[in-house]
Write a protein that binds this ligand. Structure first.
Ligand code: G3I
Length: 372
């Protein structure tokens, strides 16, 4: 009898130890991360109750805020689930690649509008705004046929004028805003070396805005860049550039803050909103134009990573909501299935608000909660 009691006590003790170890493991937060710690973030990440459920776009409308996403042309054409979520959740469509010069102008004055036309048709059929992207992108290669051409300055100006005029005229009143110039500043804040700067000179920037305005005077015309959402040399130089162009009456009406958060992010909402406000004080509309949040830099379980990711998405939306001039909150895609990030960083990543099987992630619910 005594032996039986001892065995029972030892068994109970063993069970209690296992339970304690399980609890410790399931609530583990790294104390000495090799990258960056994941702070305990209280983020509303539970599914909204069915009665309260509404879509991002419907809730965004309450705040007069467009909820946008970059649109993948192949997915739009072939993936019905992609199309369904795109139409249900988003009020603004941005062509990820469909309106880029290397997609559209396949040769001097030879255009292929197939992808761009399909995107515009889908968006308008689902009462979505279309933001054109991008007329002049300094941080990319130009079409191969242009790389091998030997144009004069005048010929290069005519080429860029014709491209901008062709695109903006074709989609006049259907594409209501454009990224006219994107990523034209280098990280140091100097003008980024590119084909147009080399061929035309710094005036290419003002000319691009003027030509776009001439083609559609009603269109909102944006400057778009990354690394300008927090104080620093690049943000300061962007402010100087825009102030100068506005003083010269160049028709710039907005600025897009890309916010590809690929490193460890600890920028509090107050810092972001202060920077956004600074540019808004120039009389510009402000947009969050290409938001995605890598989970790679963080340690911890995947569940903890996506919890912190939800916190970062929420901070950026909070900054946008704090500013009446912030009119668009756009993510660079919405499902991990088609994110550009893994191809760019060459490692697994889950940067968006739906997973690769179209299941909403904590970041999605964090946005729903904030907008509600
Ligand atoms: O369509 C061709 C396909 O036919 C070919 O087989 C394949 C082989 O490489 O390439 C395909 O084109 C790729 C295209 O995406 C469509 O998938 C290009 O190689 C690839 O370079 C291109 O990457 C895009 C990148 O811009 C460069 O244009 C990304 O999807 C896109 O997310 C990214 O977006 C940029 C914004 O425009 C500006 N801000 C930064 C952002 C991220 O780099």
């Amino acid at each position: 009898m005594r032996k039986l009691f001892s065995v029972a006590c030892l068994s109970l003790l063993f069970v209690l130890i296992c339970a304690a170890l399980w609890y410790r493991a399931s609530t583990f937060v790294p104390s000495s991360p090799t990258h960056a710690p994941i702070h305990r973030i209280q983020v509303q990440t539970q599914a909204p109750t069915p009665s309260s459920y509404s879509s991002l776009r419907t809730l965004g409308n309450i705040h007069h805020l467009l909820i946008g996403t970059a649109v993948n042309a192949d997915a739009l054409q072939h993936d019905s689930q992609y199309r369904q979520i795109l139409a249900d959740e988003f009020s603004e469509a941005v062509p990820e690649n469909s309106m880029k010069m290397d997609t559209v102008e396949t040769g001097p004055s030879h255009y292929n509008f197939t992808q761009a036309d399909a995107l515009v048709a889908f968006a308008l059929a689902h009462h979505m705004t279309v933001h054109g992207h991008v007329l002049v992108w300094a941080n990319t290669t130009i079409p191969s046929w242009l790389q091998h051409a030997h144009f004069t300055r005048q010929e290069a100006m005519s080429l860029l004028h014709d491209y901008i005029t062709t695109m903006v005229t074709r989609y006049r009143h259907r594409v209501t805003s454009w990224d006219v110039a994107s990523e034209i500043l280098s990280p140091s804040g100097s003008l980024r070396p590119c084909y147009w700067l080399q061929m035309i000179g710094p005036s290419y920037i003002a000319l691009a805005f003027q030509w776009a305005h001439e083609a559609d005077p009603s269109a909102q015309l944006y400057y778009n860049d990354y690394g300008i959402d927090t104080p620093g040399q690049k943000s300061h130089q962007a402010y100087v550039l825009l102030s100068t162009l506005l003083a010269q009456h160049i028709p710039i009406t907005g600025i897009g803050f890309e916010m590809h958060e690929l490193g460890y992010v600890l920028i509090p909402e107050q810092v972001i909103s202060r920077t956004l406000q600074q540019f808004a004080s120039l009389g510009l509309s402000v947009s969050i134009s290409e938001l995605d949040v890598s989970v790679y830099p963080y340690r911890g379980t995947l569940q903890q990573k996506v919890q912190y990711q939800a916190h970062v998405y929420g901070e950026v939306l909070r900054a946008c909501l704090s500013l009446p001039q912030c009119t668009s909150f756009t993510m660079w895609g919405f499902t991990d299935r088609y994110s550009w990030v893994p191809q760019f960083t060459h490692h697994l990543d889950f940067p968006l608000i739906f997973d690769e099987n179209y299941q909403p992630k904590p970041a999605y619910y964090a946005l729903i909660h904030l907008l509600s």
